[in-house]
Design a protein around this ligand. Sequence first.
Ligand SMILES: Nc1nc2c(ncn2[C@@H]2O[C@H](COP(=O)(O)OP(=O)(O)O)[C@@H](O)[C@H]2O)c(=O)[nH]1
Ligand SMILES: [Mg+2]
Length: 331
Amino acid sequence: MKKKDQGIKLIVQIPCKNEEHYLPATVADIPREIEGVDRVEILVIDDGSTDETSKVAKEVGVDHVLRFTNNKGLAAAFSAGMDTCLKLGADIIVNTDADNQYCGGDIPKLIAPILNNKADMVVGDRQVETIPHFSKTKILLQKIGSMVVRQLSGTNIPDATSGFRAFNKEAALKLNVISRFTYTLETIIIAGKKSIAVDSVKIRTNSKVRESRLFRSIPYYIKESMISLFKVYSMYRPLKVFTYLGLSMFSFGFLLGLRYLYFYFIESTAGHVQSLILSAIFLIVGFQICLIGLVSDLISINREKLEDVLYRVKKIELGYNNQVEKQIDSK
Ligand SMILES: Nc1nc2c(ncn2[C@@H]2O[C@H](COP(=O)(O)OP(=O)(O)O)[C@@H](O)[C@H]2O)c(=O)[nH]1
Ligand SMILES: [Mg+2]
């Protein structure tokens, strides 16, 4: 546990799966002395690598290695890393990729808004359109993805899939990730919904050393991203999601019903029973989906309370409960 007089501690976490070849360059690129920070440490999360990632990490001077016995996925590794950083007494956590995609020299720029108390979470903006090795399709997908995330989260982040990020303790305590595939989109939505102050700074990227493992194929990437977005958004705004869905079905059924009544009373033509049945089905199902929305909303209120309890428990566990909140300005 961190002692009070130790100053500001920054931990750079690197989630890794089979990264023995690229990790040394990534670690070498991380500055060990940064203005405004008293100590810089590095944590590698070795997600069940079958190569020598953990050994290499120690050889190149990584301070902490968290090793999983099997592969749990990037989002799980990210969360476990955040937890570990907090336990190691981090005041600021920076996440970066093991393939040296992001320029370590930009870490001071990335953490500046946190040091200046302007943000709780900062996302590095790669300016994807300027990256030479990104295909046109990849750039377009990243742009669309970022736009959707901006809409859903109500934030203004230009590069939502960037893995180069900084968090302060407050943000790290509040972000509970549920996805398995990626934490990038989810954390921005949670930040928006929980009013965590998010900022973005332009950062540089290094040249490509290997193919992306997350962007395995376009359909896979789209599918996983959409599942993650839908799950998280409906978790935080269930009433909205279900009401939109339910009301559109209900409206369709209603219009179909009107059509039946028109034929029955005005035109006095028999038949159209099939459309009446369809109308009834849409009306009933649409109404029930709205009700499911209500129930989900009640459940989500419980989740909010549980998350608040979790936040407080984590603080007690980490020994923060005796520290006066930064925001309180007492005499
Ligand atoms: N923990 C964990 N990390 C992974 C996994 N797959 C990729 N990564 C890490 O995620 C980061 C980004 O992966 P990368 O393949 O470069 O994807 P990119 O961001 O699309 O370039 C790297 O640090 C990888 O080591 C995984 O299954 N588990
Ligand atoms: Mg990469």
